[in-house]
Write a new protein. Structure first.
Length: 398
């Protein structure tokens, strides 16, 4: 038996006509027009006003009350028709989700991610976080508090974060223990948009780990790698920027292929080198991966001096003007510096000339005018807690 408020769909024969009872709450009229008249024809075949109602109905108990065009109301039993079988329709689908998560993970159209399980053995993590804060970057720290097992953790943490973001969100990712921010997210997003690439990794001078193949002869680095207009020919996986949906495709493939490789060669998946895998994707031309050859956004600081790679030292290319670093060779102002490959020699040189370290600039003033120690950053996944800088880095002078 139908119950008030439920929705049904019926087909009731009324003479030569058929009345289709559409979705309706009990007590509300539902109608159907004769198919001929819906096409603009009257019952006698002549043209006429489209859509004359031939019957309407109300769900009443187990019967359908029929209203003839004459206005006489009869139930299906009165018309000599069997009580119609009531078929309950499924509820309408829920409304589509909002274009962005309600918690505003991408309300500015761009998010900044890093992966760090702890603050590290020195203060470089805290100094990296400070550089982000001073430039108004609300850095989101993935993996905090987890046990470090291997490089693929960074892939898995990134994948989980990407799944929580709107497809159109721009995502910038950096390593945690050897970087410095020198721009805000709005500028970084604008640079990325102007480059017109769906996904961009940092270019660097070193060819790691492919240089270790074929006994260091370098045939992969010299012959298989795409050519470059600058010495920053090789992919560095410690810095990248992409639309979330594009990055999601890449990281789902990386995780799947890492697991396949681990099973085939009987190695722990955590021991697989993420940079090697992404570099191979780049060499194969997959996913439209491009490199930042001219240091528009990313400046990798690793230097190379040994054959067969081209001699390359980024440090002489840089100059500082009023607290802003520029690459004078390419006329660019890198947004993020990465002191990769253990090349920390110029870390302090770069940091000490940042605008917020200059004499007369008050330190400890980060986002929203708060004291540096009071600025909070999100740690963990999308439901992670917010932790104050002074609690992340309790031993760092402020």
């Amino acid at each position: 038996m139908n119950r008030s408020g439920e929705k049904y769909e019926e087909l009731v024969e009324v003479g030569e006509d058929a009345v289709k009872m559409g979705r309706s709450s009990a007590g509300h009229l539902v109608t159907r027009r004769h198919p001929d008249e819906a096409a603009g024809r009257t019952r006698d075949g002549t043209g006429g006003e489209s859509g004359r109602i031939i019957a309407s109905g109300v769900a009443v108990g187990q019967d359908i009350t029929i209203a003839d065009p004459s206005g006489t109301k009869k139930t299906s039993k009165d018309r000599g028709l069997p009580s119609p079988h009531l078929q309950r329709l499924p509820p309408p689908p829920p409304p589509p989700p909002p274009s962005e998560p309600e918690d505003g993970l991408c309300k500015e159209g761009i998010v900044a991610l890093t992966y760090a399980t702890h603050s590290g053995k020195d203060d470089k993590f805290c100094r990296a976080v400070e550089s982000a804060i001073q430039h108004g970057v609300p850095l989101r720290i993935l993996g905090w508090g987890e046990e470090w097992k291997g490089l693929t953790q960074k892939l898995e943490g990134s994948l989980k974060a990407l799944r929580s973001l709107p497809p159109s969100c721009t995502v910038v990712f950096t390593d945690a223990y050897d970087v410095l921010y020198s721009d805000n997210l709005s500028t970084i997003k604008s640079k990325f948009s102007s480059l017109g690439e769906p996904v961009l990794f940092a270019g660097e001078c070193g060819c790691w780990p492919q240089i270790t193949r074929d006994n260091g002869v370098g045939s992969v680095c010299l012959n298989d790698y795409p050519t470059s207009p600058t010495p920053y020919r090789y992919l560095n996986s410690g810095q990248w920027i992409a639309r979330a949906d594009k990055a999601l495709e890449i990281f789902e493939a990386l995780i799947g292929e890492a697991k396949t490789y681990a099973m085939r060669y009987h190695v722990p998946v955590s021991k697989i080198n993420d940079q090697e895998m992404v570099s191979d994707m780049y060499m194969d031309g997959r996913f439209g991966i491009k490199l930042d050859h001219r240091n528009e956004i990313f400046q990798a600081m690793h230097a190379t001096y040994k054959f067969p790679l081209e001699r390359c030292d980024p440090w002489p290319e840089l100059q500082n003007r009023g607290g802003v670093w520029e690459n004078k060779v390419y006329g660019t102002s890198p947004s993020i510096f990465h002191f990769n490959g253990g090349n920390m020699a110029h870390y302090v040189d770069v940091e000490s000339q940042m605008w917020y370290k200059k004499k007369g600039k008050k330190r400890g003033r980060g986002m929203d005018g708060k004291d540096l120690g009071e600025v909070t950053l999100q740690v963990g996944d999308r439901d992670g807690k917010h932790v104050k800088y002074k609690d992340l880095c309790p031993n760092t002078p402020r």
